[in-house]
Design a protein around this ligand. Structure first.
Ligand code: ADP
Ligand code: MG
Ligand code: ZN
Length: 497
């Protein structure tokens, strides 16, 4: 089914969609795994090179909790508006699978580190609140590689235990999400918040894995496991809506089961019927006592950065930029930092009086937002680059050239592309490429030539066709290679014809 092929909202209400997500977040900015000292920088290394008796589950080995992993988890819990448990506790979840060498996973059950929070997102009709049931800590299993691609077709499977024992935080929402698009927005917002907290590098493979639960009309739910991208989650949920709806229409029943999303084919397939909590024989992990974390939270709370929603509101009220620009600028902390630094540095260049030490110019704030969001970000995305690929100094220099009306918008665009593709500084590029705004004679000559060369367009304008001016302007721009100011050229043409 193609998104947009039907009016989704009424359709979703009609079928009573309920979606709840479970997101496994790898706390991969830690230096070591959760219960041993194995380092986490294994991504470029050979399989099974970052292991020890603890994360291989060898007999007699004992887990020791990574203190920082608890701090990071509290940090995330607080950012998701959760209550932090007074004493948190680990449990053994018993099951056998080759990626889990101990035969049980150390996870949490009762007394999870954080619970009862929420995230606000932009829903189908306005802002909505998605409740967080809990966030609990656990260890990541190893990674299975099915040779030949799929589990059904492969003759054998390889196991890499480098991932075994990486600290995970599993974030579980209430079933408050009403559409696949809302699910995707929730995931994007969560990633956004996690980025601000600096606890996870979400660019690393497998750093955010999603299990998506979905039911229709109060029926049983299916759970699609281990989806690796936000877009994948949206697609898997759309597929499930159609599948469940068709099943119900034919008089069938949705069974509670675990399904797998086949990314390549865009379909979900049944894996197994749903297991119940009692199947796992949860019991307290005696090798790790309860951890009293009640008095950690206030200190950690004090170190929380300004989060995306608050930052967005601040950018709107302090700099007077639009909601859309603010939203885009706060999609990443680094980008918001970049923007503010640029505005302040650039404003201060124009400072009217040395004795003022904090100065922001309104027009610079708007100009910077427009150039960073509407131009720079697009060029970065196109090249698959992050904001760190562009320096604050270059942006400031470029904005000064634009604000002082020394170069045109077209040249500004060209400058950004050149800076990204070959490097340099705006001033150098402008000089080398001769991008300084053509003034006086050059423009006058170009205007006069264009008028002489295009009598038909001049005639059209005189007989009332306003758009003929645009054509003439285009011709002048061509002659001056985009270096003449549009307003100025327009006035010159109209004056002469
Ligand atoms: P379990 O213990 O079986 O895993 P949980 O209560 O922990 O069940 O819920 C797991 C996930 O399933 C949560 O994200 C929750 O929001 C979601 N969920 C629960 N009931 C439904 C439902 N009827 N429809 C969709 N999602 C649901
Ligand atoms: Mg569960
Ligand atoms: Zn280890």
């Amino acid at each position: 089914m193609r998104e947009g092929s039907l009016k989704l909202r009424p359709y979703l209400d009609e079928v009573g969609v309920m979606i709840g997500l479970e997101i496994h977040v790898q706390l991969n900015k830690l230096k070591t795994k959760i219960f041993c000292g194995c380092p986490l920088d294994y991504h470029d290394d050979e399989p099974n090179t970052h292991t020890c008796p603890v994360c291989l589950g060898l007999p007699g080995s004992l887990p020791v909790i990574n203190r920082k992993s608890v701090e990071y988890s509290i940090k995330v819990g607080l950012a998701l508006n959760c209550t932090i448990e007074e004493h948190t506790q680990f449990y053994r979840k018993n099951y056998y699978y080759p990626d889990l060498p101990k035969g049980f996973q150390i996870t949490q059950y009762d007394y999870p580190i954080a619970s009862n929070g929420y995230i606000n997102i932009e829903g189908e009709d306005g802002e909505i609140r998605i409740r967080i049931n809990r966030a609990h800590m656990e260890e990541d299993p190893g990674r299975l590689v099915h040779e030949g691609g799929s589990i059904e077709r492969s003759k054998h499977t390889l196991i890499d235990y480098n991932r075994s024992g990486v600290a995970l935080l599993e974030i579980v929402t209430e079933p408050d999400i009403r559409s696949p698009k809302e699910a995707r927005r929730f995931l994007d917002k969560l990633r956004n918040i996690l980025g601000y907290l600096d606890v996870v590098d979400t660019t690393l493979e497998g750093s955010m894995r999603v299990d998506a639960n979905i039911s229709l009309s109060g029926g049983s739910r299916s759970e699609v496991k281990n989806i690796s991208s936000h877009k994948g989650a949206e697609r898997a949920l759309l597929f499930e809506i159609v599948r469940q709806k068709n099943l119900l229409r034919r008089g069938g029943k949705v069974v509670q089961e675990t399904r797998h999303f086949d990314e390549a084919r865009g379909v979900t397939v049944s894996l197994r019927t749903k297991e119940e909590a009692h199947d796992y024989r949860y019991f307290p992990e005696a090798d790790l006592g309860p951890i009293k974390v009640a008095d950690w939270a206030p200190g950690i709370k004090a170190t929380l950065p300004e989060l995306p929603d608050a930052r967005r509101e601040k950018l709107v009220s302090l700099y007077g930029i639009t909601e859309d620009h603010a939203k885009s600028l706060t999609s990443e902390k680094q980008l918001a930092d970049f923007y503010e630094e640029v505005v302040i540095k650039c404003s201060n260049y124009f400072k009217p009086d040395e004795s003022i030490d904090y100065y922001i110019r309104d027009d610079i704030a708007l100009l910077a937002a427009a150039w960073i969001v509407d131009v720079l970000k697009g060029e970065l995305n196109y090249r698959n680059l992050g904001i760190e690929a562009f320096s604050v100094e270059n942006m400031v220099q470029l904005l000064i050239l634009i604000a002082e009306d020394k170069i045109t918008d077209a040249s500004g665009n060209e400058c950004i592309r050149k800076l990204l593709d070959v490097g340099g500084t705006p001033e150098k590029i402008v000089e080398e490429e001769g991008l300084l705004k053509a003034r006086g004679d050059i423009v006058t000559i170009a205007v006069e030539e264009v008028i002489a060369e295009n009598p038909q367009a001049v005639e059209d304008y005189r007989s009332g066709k306003q758009e003929a001016v645009n054509f003439l302007m285009g011709q002048v721009m061509k002659k001056t290679r985009g270096r003449a100011g549009a307003k100025e050229v327009r006035e010159m043409i109209i004056q002469r014809i």
